[in-house]
Design a protein around this ligand. Structure first.
Ligand code: 13P
Ligand code: SF4
Length: 305
């Protein structure tokens, strides 16, 4: 029997036996997405975690995603398929910086991109993802907005909301910022008919070239609903699996060789199997931090609805 087939079969058996569901982000390998019960962008996964009845979640994504699931569902076991899969951007701001800005701008709302640690969420007023940042900030009564940690998503949101005063931070995603404008232009020369679809973590000079800007799910929906047949994709390569599954007749091209998140790619079928066998490692959070971090995440779920 094929090794992968055996691993997949064992995963299916253990899932049932242990009352577990598998959540996966679009950036993990296609074969991991294939065995997952739910696949989505970071908003979908956070929201889905609150509605599934199973007692255990096996999370195929980076730490902040598993933490969000645990923050919202303390009664569930949340197990990371790979405990070392972590998003560097989540660590690009410290709580001291939030305190400084709060002192300087006492009326500011601290708007926290979910790509952040539980400690940072605990100090924030509301969380956002790339799919809802503009909508949520627009609804806030505050004029001053301290947007953390991603500089590019913050600047993109600020451009759409001129009525707000944004204070930015300098966090970034090394995967998206390594997509360069020149590469996009070159790819467009090779495929002049292609539409350019970009994630808002890309730099402003790449976003200027985009025909559509959105989260991973929004990029997928846009490409699926579009009458066009050829697309240049400015986000992590894992999304190609679902793009091709949903659109077998369409062509999707990357624009460079660096559209690869090494943390997401740590997660393999074998890691999922091991997590199910060991029923660990579980996401562990300090209870005080968890309770504080729950408020901005719940506020996001309310405001995004
Ligand atoms: P999405 O919210 O679009 O899934 O993005 C998560 C992420 O980590 C982007 O790099
Ligand atoms: Fe973090 Fe970037 Fe990887 Fe997303 S693609 S998990 S932002 S490093």
């Amino acid at each position: 029997m094929n090794g992968n087939k055996e691993v997949k079969q064992r995963i299916a058996e253990l899932k049932k036996e242990k009352d577990a569901v598998i959540l996966a982000h679009y950036y993990v390998d296609g074969e991991v997405q294939e065995i997952a019960d739910y696949v989505g962008d970071s908003y979908y996964l956070a929201e889905k975690a609150t509605t599934i009845p199973a007692g255990t979640i096996i999370f195929c994504g980076v730490s902040f995603m598993g933490e969000s699931a645990k923050i919202l569902n303390p009664e569930k076991k949340v197990i990371m398929a790979d405990q070392k899969a972590d998003c560097p951007m989540a660590h690009m701001i410290e709580t001291e910086r939030i305190h400084e800005v709060r002192e300087q701008y006492p009326d500011a709302a601290v708007v926290c991109y979910v790509n952040s640690t539980a400690e940072i969420k605990a100090e924030s007023d509301v969380c956002v993802t790339s799919s809802n940042a503009i909508r949520i900030v627009k609804k806030l009564p505050n004029k001053d907005i301290f947007f953390i940690p991603d500089n590019n998503l913050g600047r993109y949101a600020a451009k759409q909301l001129p009525e707000k005063h944004f204070i930015f931070h300098d966090g970034f995603c090394h995967v998206h910022t390594s997509i360069h404008r020149e590469e996009v232009l070159k790819a467009k020369e090779v495929h002049p008919e292609a539409l350019i679809l970009a994630h808002p973590e890309c730099t402003e000079e790449v976003l200027e070239l985009a025909d559509f800007i959105g989260s991973t799910s929004q990029i997928l929906d846009y490409a699926t609903q579009s009458e066009e047949k050829v697309f240049l994709i400015c986000t992590e390569m894992g999304i190609f699996y679902e793009l091709q599954q949903k659109n077998p007749g369409k062509k999707f091209y990357s624009v460079g060789h660096r559209q690869f998140c090494p943390n997401m790619k740590r997660i393999k079928l074998e890691s999922v199997l091991e997590a199910l066998e060991r029923m660990g490692p579980e996401v562990q959070l300090d209870e005080e931090i968890r309770q504080k971090a729950k408020l901005p995440l719940e506020r996001m779920l309310q405001l995004a609805a």
